[in-house]
Design a protein around this ligand. Structure first.
Ligand SMILES: [Zn+2]
Ligand SMILES: [Zn+2]
Ligand SMILES: [Zn+2]
Length: 257
């Protein structure tokens, strides 16, 4: 089945430009150096599936003219991946009397229920609530005819999810990928990996580390995301192998899902 993947955001948690920073990347005129918080959109079979809803989701949805959302997968519950959840509100109404499904690791679903109690607590009364339903997942799930496989990755002290869908996989925040998860990532056409910067970080991957993952897994194409202001787009791409690129906001890929 044909699918389109759109990069809604390619930046790290603080975004690029980073507020208050006057470095050359934050002051760059290259639109590729403007990175909103990390998320992607998948379109296939007339459906729209998001991975994460960032604090920039509203602006991303306006930019990409998103008119409907049919499901959301969450990688984990750090603020840069979830804070756009309330902006699903107008897009959730068309699902009534059903609700827009949100898929997440069980611990992440429980956290979302607590953090956004006003949405999920049926006793909490005020108007205009997003119509959302949490669906904890601990294994593969079929969504609109496509199998989504959670891929467990280590993010500092936490275990979180990346996802494989058909011949593509999206891993946003990882300091380590366990061997059991590496096995789930063989034979990919498209692989997204965390590449925060060059300098090591306790909860994120570096360019060098993610290049080593690409060498081991040998996807046809790899794209880096969750990028901070240490990496200028053009200058960094010039140092990467041809089949590995920094992703950027608005980038679109066609693939067989
Ligand atoms: Zn993050
Ligand atoms: Zn900067
Ligand atoms: Zn995170």
């Amino acid at each position: 089945m044909k699918a389109t993947l759109t990069v809604l955001g390619s930046g790290t948690s603080m975004g690029v430009p980073t507020l208050g920073c006057e470095c050359s990347v934050c002051q760059s005129n290259d639109p590729h150096d403007r990175r909103t918080r990390p998320s992607i959109m998948l379109e296939y079979a007339g459906k729209v599936v998001l991975i994460d809803t960032t604090p920039d989701f509203y602006a991303q949805a306006v930019r990409e003219n998103i008119r409907a959302v049919d499901a959301v997968f969450y990688t984990h519950t750090h603020a840069d991946h979830i804070l756009g959840i309330d902006d699903l509100r107008p897009l959730s109404y068309r699902h009534r009397p059903d609700k827009l499904p949100l898929y997440a690791r069980p611990e992440a679903a429980a956290f979302l229920r607590r953090m956004f109690a006003y949405i999920f607590d049926a006793d909490y009364k005020f108007g205009g609530l997003p119509q959302l339903e949490l669906k904890p997942i601990d294994g593969p799930i079929d969504v609109f005819g496509v199998r989504f496989d959670p891929v467990v990755v280590i993010h500092g002290e936490m275990q979180i999810y990346g996802y494989r869908f058909g011949s593509a996989a999206y891993l946003t925040d990882h300091s380590e990928i366990p061997d059991s998860s590496m096995q789930q990532l063989e034979g990919l056409d498209i692989l997204f990996l965390d590449a925060l910067r060059h300098k090591p970080h306790p909860t994120h991957s570096t360019v060098k580390n993610s290049l080593a993952i690409v060498d081991r897994l040998r996807p046809k194409r790899a794209f880096f995301t969750h990028i901070c202001h240490d990496l200028g787009h053009e200058a960094t791409n010039a140092t990467l192998p041809r089949h590995v690129r920094l992703s950027y906001d608005g980038m679109k890929l066609e693939f067989d899902i």
